[in-house]
Ligand binder design. Structure first.
Ligand code: GLA
Length: 342
């Protein structure tokens, strides 16, 4: 197991590599605390890179609005009307998605340079201090994200945060996966999500409080099915989300994986374990064919972003995403990779 520094750009972005004893390897950079490469074994025993991205760190500064594999904060997903009230006081946030606030604002955590520190085994801790008022959020927020690779071929992401008085905090990682490694299409991946309900959205993709039972609908992945099987169903929500999935799944219970994805072609299966209540399942509907490490056509990758309830700061029935002084925000999400035959 090892973690090592592998380089620094002139612009100051550092990249590190984490590797376990079986050859699984992640490369992570300080710009946006992003995963730039993730090599996992396929059925031939060859290592394939299953995350989207660019060849060099500086290219991520214009990531075509994808947030490729970045840490998202202070609050992942959309905040309707770019405002919220916390303890009786209204705060206004930067609007970067029409009239709404998306993924931390104009310059969210995905665009900050984090401070890196290698740890024991194959691990890397990245820290960032978000100052009081940043993007309109109140209070200082000290954040640390620790990535580690285990010998069970897991990529583990541990999130920690603390504030002085009160703020909002709901972090995630926006990794784009294609388990074939070729990023031609994600539609053949077999997807399972341990959920029977999504938070419905309005025309601007904002959850307003309505919870939809999705049992036996095109949104239902509680029995594994190909991502593309029902994607063209005549459903208003699929159309609002640019012809695919971009929804917050409320996770059932806490037993086993929250979600899995499997590629028959490569034999690679990914299982997601989390202590978060929800997961955004996004089918790459904003990808438009630009070129990075590979070409990224429409729906060539998918994201499984574990998270708190989106827009929770404006919906009183959703569990709170407020963080108070003296509390410790601590959550863990693990992506496990294995080769399966079926
Ligand atoms: C999230 C959002 C999508 C889109 C992508 C980035 O998953 O829910 O609507 O903004 O990020 O392109």
């Amino acid at each position: 197991m090892k973690s090592e520094f592998i380089g620094k750009t002139q612009s100051g972005i550092e990249t590190y590599a984490l590797e376990n004893d079986r050859g699984m390897r992640a490369e992570i950079m300080t710009y946006g605390a992003r995963i730039t490469r993730l090599f996992v074994p396929d059925r031939r025993g060859e290592f394939i890179d299953v995350v989207a991205g660019f060849d060099t760190p500086d290219e991520y500064r214009d990531d075509h609005g994808t947030y490729f594999n970045a840490i998202i904060g202070r609050v992942g997903n959309r905040i309707g009307g770019s405002k919220f009230t916390l303890d009786g006081k209204e705060y206004r946030l930067f609007s970067n998605d029409g009239a709404n606030h998306l993924h931390g604002g104009k310059e969210g955590f995905d665009k900050k340079i984090w401070t890196a520190e290698t740890g024991d085994g194959a691990s890397l801790k990245l820290s960032y201090l978000s100052a009081d008022g940043e993007e309109g959020y109140p209070d200082n927020l000290q954040v640390a994200v620790t990535y580690s690779i285990t010998n069970e071929n897991e990529l583990k992401i541990e999130y920690e945060a603390e504030c002085d008085k009160a703020t909002l905090c709901s972090l995630t990682n926006h990794a784009y996966f294609n388990l074939d490694g070729d990023f031609k299409s994600a539609l053949d991946h077999e997807i399972y999500i341990r959920s029977n309900a999504i938070t419905s959205v309005d025309e601007e993709l904002i959850p307003r409080g309505e919870i939809l039972d999705i049992t036996d609908t095109p949104f239902d992945f509680s029995r594994p099915k190909p991502l593309g099987r029902d994607i063209n169903a005549d459903e208003k929500l699929l159309k609002i989300a640019r012809g695919g999935y971009d929804f917050n799944y409320i996770l059932n219970g806490d037993d086993g994986a929250a979600a899995t994805a499997y590629s028959k072609a490569s034999g690679v299966k990914m299982s997601v374990y989390t202590d978060r209540p929800c997961m955004q399942f996004y089918s790459g509907n904003f990808l438009d064919g630009f070129t990075g490490k590979k070409k990224y056509p429409y729906q060539s990758a998918f994201c499984m972003e574990t998270q708190g309830y989106p827009n929770a700061c404006n919906v009183k029935d959703f569990p709170s995403i407020a963080l108070y002084g003296g509390e410790k925000y601590h959550t863990v999400t693990t992506y496990k990779f294995e080769v399966c035959e079926k």
